[in-house]
Design a protein. Structure first.
Length: 489
């Protein structure tokens, strides 16, 4: 199977509200030899406020954000077409599952597309950062590394690239980061060829669940407090080895004597599960966790100080105890329900609703391709056919950004009011960037000489920030006459 290594640059670090402004992707064969590459940049839609920090990191000037040939919608069209052309493949990037994948899913969701393009229809997804951390935990010499300011090994892509002999001056541009990620993975594949296929055994949720159900003892890799560690884990009995709510695998860290756990009452077990260090290990089945043979953790501390016979006995006791597994999963459900009851009951914004708001119906999915195949007037006419009201909301926003002349004046005014209420809000409780919060951020960046990003001089940084501030002026003037007197945000 081919690999697609990809990366996005965005205008924000919040995946719910981030906008993809640049993408880079490289198609590689099974030996990590390049077959094709793809990159694109776009204009930023004028209904959102970009974060100055994000723009400084990826050096996206206002000139780049406003004068590209491609609109945001056109770029997403290209991404979807290219990823479909390259399918089936394993899609991965550096910390992509927690960020790039989430942003792409939400961007596709907000532009009326199937959001799960990287892990459905024969595709799988993985994360290069997970592989790097595991490779380092197994062999600290697999890559040259440096210590960060806190004295911990740096796992940043730029740092790894630079230390291992690659030019990193163009880091934080999407295509360059994709290329750099591929080079780091190639080194790992070469030095740990015996483990390479094992790393990818967890490229989909079903494979992870199968391993957890069948194996008595496994090695997992986790990253805590800036350190990559190997854990020897015994998955729970196959009848109850998955979290009843979150659907993540569950196992016991067999560094501890497990027999006393089996003797606890239900309430005592619940208290024990809340204590730290935790004996229960969560295996995030849908996040491409690294699961390898038990022998690797058995060689690491503290397991190497425990006899193999004892470790195997503990694992078999956990794996065979159906009642213990059932009690653990019942407690996990109670804890999840308690957390849900005490969580915030604030209304979920449409941009945040990809998971909380339910899956899009099959009828609506059928309409997606028809929606994109028609002209803008046809798109507007189709909006009333969608069952999911979120699609109506996103569809109107999409047309507003791409072809506002198509919308009736009444709808245009309503949308402008909604945008103004959001970006001009000053409550301080907003979950998105507002003009007010963005300007506060810029003020801090101006004064903080430790935040130089890749700028060579302070004057260069200040000039860059000045242009961003002017763009905020533009947005404020554009929407100031539309802010509702009684904003509902």
């Amino acid at each position: 199977m081919n690999y697609v290594i990809w990366d996005v640059e965005t205008d924000s670090a919040d995946t719910n509200y981030a906008t993809i402004i640049e993408i880079g992707a490289i198609l590689l064969d099974k030996d990590l030899k390049e077959k094709e590459r793809f990159s694109a940049r776009c204009r930023i839609p004028q209904d959102r406020v970009p974060s100055a920090t994000a723009l400084c990191v990826n050096r996206s000037s206002i000139n780049l954000l406003t004068k590209q040939n491609l609109s945001h919608y056109q770029m997403l069209n290209q991404i979807e077409a290219k990823f479909k052309e390259w399918s089936p493949s394993i899609f991965l990037g550096y910390s992509s599952i927690n960020f790039d994948d989430e942003v792409l899913r939400k961007e596709f969701f907000k532009t009326l597309r199937d959001p799960y393009i990287t892990n459905t229809k024969g595709n799988h997804r993985h994360d290069a950062l997970n592989i790097v951390r595991a490779a380092f935990a197994i062999d600290p010499e697999v890559l040259k590394t440096e210590l960060n300011s806190k004295g911990n090994v740096s796992m940043k892509l730029e740092s790894l690239g630079r230390l291992n002999g690659y030019n990193t001056e163009a880091a934080h541009s999407a295509l360059f980061d994709s290329e750099l990620c591929g080079k780091i993975l190639s080194q790992i594949k070469q030095k740990q060829s015996n483990l390479w296929n094992d790393y990818f055994e967890t490229k989909n949720k079903l494979s992870v669940e199968e391993i957890i159900k069948k194996k008595t003892m496994i090695t997992i890799n986790e990253y805590f407090y800036s350190k990559s560690r190997l854990y020897l884990v015994a998955p729970l009995h196959a009848s109850n080895c998955v979290h009843p709510v979150y659907k993540w695998g569950q196992g016991v860290d067999i560094r501890i004597d497990v027999e006393p756990l089996f003797k606890l009452s239900y309430q005592e077990l619940k208290k024990a599960m809340l204590k730290t260090p935790k004996f229960l290990r969560t295996i995030r089945s849908n996040k491409a966790p690294i699961i390898i043979d038990a022998s690797h953790a058995m060689k690491a501390e503290p397991y190497n100080a425990i006899s193999t016979e004892i470790l195997k006995k503990r694992a078999e006791m956990v794996k065979s105890n159906a009642k213990f597994a059932q009690d653990v999963c019942s407690i996990l459900k109670e804890l999840a329900d308690e957390k849900k009851d005490t969580s915030s009951q604030l209304d979920i914004e449409p941009e945040e609703s990809i998971y909380q708001g339910g899956f899009t119906s099959n009828n609506d999915k059928i309409l997606f391709s028809k929606f994109h195949d028609t002209d803008w007037r046809g798109k507007f006419s189709m909006l009333e056919k969608f069952e999911d009201k979120r699609m109506l909301y996103f569809g109107e926003r999409l047309i507003f950004n791409e072809a506002p002349e198509i919308l009736p004046d009444k709808i245009q005014k309503r949308i402008k009011n909604q945008i103004a209420d959001k970006i001009l809000s000053e409550t301080g409780k907003e979950k998105w960037w507002t003009i007010s919060s963005a300007r506060s951020e810029i003020d801090k960046l101006r004064e903080d000489d430790s935040k130089m990003f890749s700028f060579k001089t302070k004057e260069e940084k200040l000039d860059f920030l000045k242009e961003i501030d002017r763009y905020y002026d533009f947005l404020q003037k554009k929407y100031k006459n539309f802010k509702s007197e009684n904003s509902y945000f």
